[in-house]
Design a protein around this ligand. Structure first.
Ligand SMILES: C[S@@+](CC[C@H](N)C(=O)[O-])C[C@H]1O[C@@H](n2cnc3c(N)ncnc32)[C@H](O)[C@@H]1O
Length: 278
């Protein structure tokens, strides 16, 4: 990965509203009505950083054929929420690969907090996966490859670490032709989003990387109400956000978040779900 991309990604996630601190603060709020030790289930409302929540993880898991004996790699795993969900609900063994030092450490601490034994966090770069060839049965990823400049390299790395017959299933932002150069530049500057692909270009890349049975689905219509609701939730939690991030960062994030939602609502940006076989 380019040094510049990596630095920009780190900067973006250094001050992101979805964080380990926010998860812990949410758990500490009185009135949650929880009894007994914490489990992965207690975190799910707060530890997923993609669109569509657990249902979206479940769709990818189903498409990738993830089951109790699957060795799964979650590429760009964030705080490890989807990885813990797969381990706890499907009984899979999951490696959560994450670039950002703070998020990787946070994911590992959250694992320990809820005794998520089926999940191992590895700090690393999706463009140079620190695993032997053929290590995994499934590679999953959600709303993260937008941060990787060379999509071909990350797809090739997933292809390499998958066993023959293994499946890749991921969701990501997709661009429409109406997305302008200045909007792309702003997405890069504000959200570390780079080299956004169209649905067809992503399919072609998967094919060129050696994947077969490539399937793609445009999820932009599903995403529109979800991204709007997430912005409204962010605004409803303003006091909490300002306390955690400071007024300036809260307002900056609000501005970039609103810009992103407008692009989705205007049909310039959207989502795609992809599956393919090694
Ligand atoms: C929007 S979050 C999604 C996290 C997780 N997939 C989820 O759904 O909760 C994107 C994550 O990708 C990580 N990331 C970005 N570029 C990466 C790279 N080259 N290698 C590994 N992780 C990366 C970021 O640090 C961030 O945690």
């Amino acid at each position: 990965m380019l040094q510049g991309t990596s630095a920009r990604v780190s900067k973006f996630y250094d001050h992101h509203p979805i964080s380990e601190a926010r998860v812990l603060a949410a758990l500490a709020r009185p009135g949650l009505g929880r009894s007994g030790p914490l489990t992965a289930d207690d975190l799910f409302e707060f530890d997923q950083d993609h669109y569509g929540g657990l249902a979206a993880v479940d769709i990818l898991a189903r498409r990738a054929g993830v089951g109790a004996t699957s060795r799964v790699l979650d590429v760009c795993a964030g705080l490890g929420g989807p990885a813990r969900f797969l381990a706890s609900r499907r009984g899979s063994t999951v490696v959560a690969l994450e670039l950002h030092a703070g998020r990787a450490a946070g994911a590992a601490r959250l694992n320990r907090l809820v005794h998520a034994t089926g999940v191992r966090v590895v700090r690393g770069d999706a463009t140079a996966l620190p695993f032997e060839g053929g290590t995994f049965d499934a590679c999953l990823s959600q709303e993260a490859l937008l941060h990787v400049a060379d999509k071909r390299v990350v797809l090739a790395e997933c292809h390499r670490v998958l066993a023959r017959g293994g499946r890749i299933a991921f969701s990501d932002w997709i661009a429409y032709p109406s997305l302008g150069e200045r909007e792309r530049a702003r997405l890069w500057e504000w959200m570390a989003a780079t080299t956004l692909q169209t649905l067809d270009r992503y399919c072609a890349l998967l094919g060129r990387t050696g994947f077969t049975a490539v399937e793609a689905e445009d999820t932009s219509t599903e995403w529109r109400p979800i991204v709007r609701k997430r912005l409204e939730l962010h605004r409803a939690l303003r006091a909490d956000g300002v306390a955690r991030l400071g007024e300036q960062r809260y307002l900056e994030y609000d501005q970039l978040h609103a810009f992103f939602v407008r692009l989705v609502e205007d049909g310039k940006l959207g989502g795609g779900r992809f599956t393919a076989t090694r």
